[in-house]
Design a protein around this ligand. Structure first.
Ligand code: 9MR
Length: 347
């Protein structure tokens, strides 16, 4: 931790101490996360991060499942000439095998990614529906027998929860049909992988959650092999108490396994002017509520609980605001009070 950051935390703690006792921002001592949880615990990771021995050790010690943070997406795999590359995701898959961790595939179809090779497909050579199927067969097929599951369709529901998103995929193959097809192609490529529908803000926006659940029901009614629901859980420390509990219970109402698939709790995204100590305390509360809500599910519905990184230093949110600290371990890999709060809530 840098001196200036220590000073900032120190002064926030000093201010807060005048009111009532606060949890310390110091590191806590904790057993490995995966030893504490009666369900798989995951993290997102980038292949380059595995070169960092300290981080690789922290990952191997604490989690039982890996999600590639971006290198299993079209943005990495699909090249401009339409060729595929798998070197980086293969490195993550190899690390998972070496350390006996599960591999979770992320993500096949995402409105936000429509590579040039697809957008400019020369249909005289290969029809769009064939290229779409080929892609899914190639990617899912490559990790068949290793990946325990896939985010097949990511972020299908519109931002405000009103209907579905428009994308290259929806325009070319149909707003519902492109999703139905994606599940069929993924199942064709791997008969055993759990196939997920994944989305975010499901705890903030009950309307978006309702649209998400209706979409899941419609996919099931159409015979799509949907096997689970992913709730990303990118939330802020000021999330209203009870919101996570309500969301997780509601999502479980279809009886499908639930994946808390990308959790982090941003300090910087919390509204208002609050001391860092207050934000840190609230962050612990939010992580604890998520753990408790997940534990309240029947064991068969607890697919996995994935954090979107372990150390603050690697968080995508820190790239957005350098002072954010959304994860369970600090920049040095020491467990934070949030980790203790999450772990305590499992008991
Ligand atoms: O954290 C990921 C970041 O490193 C990537 O640049 C970005 C684009 O691939 O995706 C981020 O992860 C997102 C995830 O794939 C889907 N849900 C939202 C995540 C944060 O933006």
């Amino acid at each position: 931790m840098s001196l200036s950051r220590r000073a900032v935390i120190g002064s926030a703690l000093a201010l807060a101490a005048c009111e009532r006792p606060r949890p310390s921002a110091a590191a806590v001592s904790l057993a490995p996360l995966k030893a504490l949880a009666p369900f798989p615990v995951g993290t997102a990771v980038q292949s380059a991060q595995l070169q960092d021995a300290a981080l690789a050790g922290l990952i191997a010690e604490n989690v039982s499942q890996l999600t590639p943070e971006w290198e299993m997406k079209m943005e990495y795999i699909v090249q401009d000439d339409g060729g595929f590359r798998f070197d980086a995701p293969d490195r993550i898959a190899a690390f998972a095998r070496e350390h006996r961790l599960r591999l979770f595939g992320h993500t096949l179809v995402w409105y936000a990614q429509s590579p040039k090779a697809f957008a400019e497909l020369d249909e005289r050579r290969v029809a769009f529906p064939d290229a779409y199927r080929n892609y899914i067969l190639a990617v899912v097929g490559r990790y068949r027998g290793q990946a325990v599951g896939w985010d097949v369709v990511n972020e299908a529901v519109a931002e405000d929860g009103e209907g579905w998103r428009d994308s290259l995929w929806s325009r070319k193959l149909g707003p519902f049909e492109h999703m139905r097809l994606a599940y069929h192609h993924a199942r064709e490529a791997d008969p055993d992988a759990a196939l997920f529908l994944n989305d975010y803000n499901l705890e903030y926006l009950p309307k978006k959650r309702a649209t998400f659940l209706k979409l899941a029901e419609r996919l099931l009614a159409a015979g799509a092999p949907l096997s689970g629901l992913g709730t990303q859980t990118h939330v802020a420390a000021d999330l209203e108490p009870g919101a996570l509990k309500a969301a997780i219970a509601d999502l479980a109402s279809l009886g499908l396994p639930i994946h808390v698939s990308e959790m982090d709790v941003s300090l910087a995204r919390a509204k208002g002017f609050r001391s860092r100590a207050d934000l840190v305390a609230d962050q612990g509360r939010v992580y604890a509520e998520a753990a408790r809500a997940f534990m309240d599910l029947p064991a068969a519905q607890r697919f996995a609980f994935t954090f979107w990184g372990l150390r603050d230093a690697e968080s995508w949110l820190k790239r957005e605001k350098a002072w954010d600290a959304p994860l369970l371990f600090d920049d040095m890999g020491r467990a934070k009070p949030a980790a203790a709060a999450w772990a305590d809530a499992l008991r």
